[in-house]
Design a protein around this ligand. Structure first.
Ligand SMILES: C[S@@+](CC[C@H](N)C(=O)[O-])C[C@H]1O[C@@H](n2cnc3c(N)ncnc32)[C@H](O)[C@@H]1O
Length: 268
């Protein structure tokens, strides 16, 4: 299997290095995902039929609109997408102000996604009877940040639904031009989403990696598909967040408040 892994690494490096995939669009909105990963996400949403999707990492709004479009196609009503980013881009504001599916992005929260206050805000957006909830983590890919997010967002994931962790392939890119000299990722070999996922799965038994999606094709998160298989963890794990990632800014700062059903999401 080593040659397959090497081949995957070469392919992902080639894709990432030419940076053309950053230009991809979903329904007119720039989306930073590989097509293969979008196919996997679509399969899972079709199977789970979540009412709500919580995502960390809004960027230009592409994945929010992607999830919104799937919820619409699947006929899900009463829920929507909650998108979290530490920095709202002008492009995302534009998308959420004008896109025909923007009304399905019900809230856009600004702050550090690993801040418990932000996770609590996301939880509040779900209301008291949320139905099925799926979570997608795609913001900071450092180990401690992802580990903190896994702890915070796991309780929001419904039984049978998924906690999906993007860019678990990161470790395989260590030492390549893709992650070399990126100050945000000084140690990709040891500080990456896969290490966080492995520690999370080792510490608790209410989630399991879904091997149906593990290394199935050329994707950026081959082993990031975690299915909730029990309502509560039988084994406990430490709580508390990674202080290194504390946001000086007040979490969830309101940028703009809009009646969601008519004009688009509220930025909070
Ligand atoms: C890979 S991009 C997200 C791409 C988007 N999900 C898509 O598919 O188009 C990562 C985003 O995470 C955000 N981010 C980085 N660190 C963060 C943090 N600690 N909390 C929240 N967002 C963060 C960045 O501002 C950036 O917009």
């Amino acid at each position: 299997m080593d040659y397959l892994r090497d081949d995957l690494r070469r392919t992902v490096v080639r894709l990432a290095a030419n940076e053309r995939w950053y230009e991809q669009r979903w329904l007119g909105t720039t989306i930073w995902q590989l097509p293969e990963d979008l196919l996997r996400l679509q399969e899972i949403l079709c199977e789970v039929r979540p009412r709500w999707v919580i995502e960390t990492g809004t960027k230009f709004g592409g994945s929010a609109i992607f999830f919104a479009s799937l919820l619409a196609l699947l006929g899900e009503e009463g829920g929507g997408v909650i998108s979290i980013d530490c920095h709202h881009t002008d492009q995302a504001r534009e998308v959420f102000a004008r896109h025909p599916l923007a009304h399905r992005v019900r809230a856009v929260l600004e702050g550090d996604a690993a801040d418990p206050a932000i996770a609590a805000r996301a939880g509040e957006c779900l209301g008291t009877d949320p139905g099925r909830v799926l979570v997608f983590l795609d913001d900071d890919h450092n180990r401690d940040h992802v580990a903190a997010e896994l702890r915070l967002y796991a309780p929001l994931v419904s039984l049978g639904s998924y906690l999906i962790v993007a860019d678990t392939v990161f470790a395989e890119l260590a030492g390549t031009p893709v992650v070399t000299d990126n100050p945000r990722y000084p140690d990709p070999l040891h500080s990456n989403p896969r290490v966080a996922v492995e520690a999370f799965l080792a510490a608790r038994d209410d989630f399991a990696r879904d091997d149906r999606f593990h290394y199935r094709g050329i994707g950026n998160f081959p082993d990031g598909f975690l299915r909730r298989i029990a309502p509560e963890p039988a084994r406990s794990q430490p709580t508390g967040r990674n202080k290194r990632l504390s946001s000086a800014k007040k979490p969830g700062t309101s940028l703009l408040s809009l009646p969601t059903a008519v004009t688009g999401p509220s930025f909070r």
